[in-house]
Write a protein that binds this ligand. Structure first.
Ligand code: IPM
Ligand code: MG
Length: 369
């Protein structure tokens, strides 16, 4: 590629983003009075099918009546496997995407992303195609008074154009995009959560001293949105000191709701999950106005399969995501039953033979649900 071609590629990106802004649609789905709700189940790769089988079983128990009456439908989505995606050269094959779009909400196992090359992560494609703009990740450590919730912007930043950078002789350039509407909607989601859940503080995390245009805009718009929420304080932090704050016992329990751009959110939510008990312990929700997708925060762990550790997979993260899914579709009782069972289950799965097996964990959990 030469500079001329790179400029042309950049022009196309800018036009696409302008089109995305023009097409923005904020019609919200209301799950409290829907005739039928279709829940799509996507296995994913590696340990995905193993943990998804547990989540499906739990859903079948908790929603037995509504599944029998047809009010809720569980729909298996096939074909989102790394083998099929590589064979077709598509991060999400067309027919899989249309099956996904026929659902209302999705529960998804982890999918493998090839390193390098040009194939985009299936997660990133789905977040963009379904316009799942809020990546919501709660972390709680009750004994330390920690009750955090992260609102990570999920459709912009470095991610959305991350597979579309340009490589010229001796250099490479990637692009990052932040829009007014994209920032406003994630900020509103974070402040709305604070307002409806008795929270008084929303922390805005960027690197606006360095990423002046994009993060500068993010900060400015978050503060504009904050003005619509009297009684909620908005404070600013840079991502570097915020990662330190999360391991600073003197101040960390003071944080409540955190709103931040995509990449910083990706990084800091792994840190936060680790503090809670590992990335296997946290659930993740990707929420848009029309669709929502719930998933484990961890990856597909091909190493566990290669080493024959199938029996020791930890289903906690996907089950935490299942709690969030049930809440999202207004099934509060079922959500609470599962959450309580997870909170009180003492069987310790470590991911190898030093801990309990998945089956032992599930046996205890089923007794508690
Ligand atoms: C996550 C994951 C994804 C991300 C990967 C799988 C693309 O790390 O959900 O945090 O970076 O967003
Ligand atoms: Mg991540």
């Amino acid at each position: 590629m030469d500079i001329q071609q790179a400029c042309e590629a950049f022009r196309v990106l800018l036009e696409e983003q302008q089109q995305r802004i023009a097409n923005a649609d904020a019609t919200k789905k209301d799950f409290s009075n829907m005739e039928t709700i279709i829940v799509g189940l996507i296995d994913g790769d590696g340990i995905g099918p193993l943990i998804m089988a547990q989540a499906e079983q739990v859903l079948r128990t908790l929603l037995a009546d509504e599944l029998a009456s047809g009010k809720i439908i569980l729909k298996k989505i096939e074909g989102l496997t790394i083998e099929n995606r590589l064979a077709l050269g598509k991060s999400v094959p067309e027919d899989v995407l249309s099956a996904i779009k026929s659902c209302d909400v999705l529960l998804k196992g982890p999918t493998t992303t090839p390193m390098g090359g040009t194939m985009e992560s299936a997660n990133v494609t789905l977040r963009r195609e379904l316009d799942l703009y809020a990546n919501v990740r709660p972390v709680s450590i009750p004994e330390e008074g920690i009750d955090w919730i992260f609102y990570r912007e999920n459709t912009e930043g470095e991610y959305v154009l991350g597979s579309r950078g340009v490589a010229l002789p001796g250099m490479a350039v990637d692009f990052k995009v932040t829009t007014d509407f994209g920032t406003r909607r994630i900020a509103k989601a974070a402040f709305d959560y604070a307002k409806h859940n008795g929270k008084t503080r929303v922390s805005i995390v960027t690197k606006a001293n360095i990423m002046k245009k994009t993060d500068g805009k993010f900060t400015e718009i978050c503060h504009q949105v904050a003005e619509e929420y009297p009684g909620i304080t908005a404070d600013d932090w840079y991502i570097d000191i915020m990662t330190a704050n999360l391991v600073n016992p003197a101040i960390r329990s003071g944080f409540q709701v955190v709103v931040l751009p995509n990449l910083y959110g990706d990084i800091i939510t792994d840190e936060a999950a680790q503090l809670q008990g590992g990335v296997g312990s946290a659930g993740s929700a990707n929420i848009g106005d029309r669709y929502a997708m719930f998933e484990a925060i961890h990856g597909s762990a091909p190493r566990m399969i290669a080493e024959g550790l199938q029996d020791y997979v930890n289903p906690t993260s996907i089950l935490r995501a299942t709690v969030m899914l049930l809440r999202h579709i207004c099934r509060q009782d079922a959500a609470q039953r599962l959450e309580k069972a997870l909170d009180s289950c003492t069987v310790n799965v470590t991911g190898d033979a030093t801990g309990a097996t998945c089956a032992e964990f599930m046996q205890e959990l089923s007794r508690l649900v």
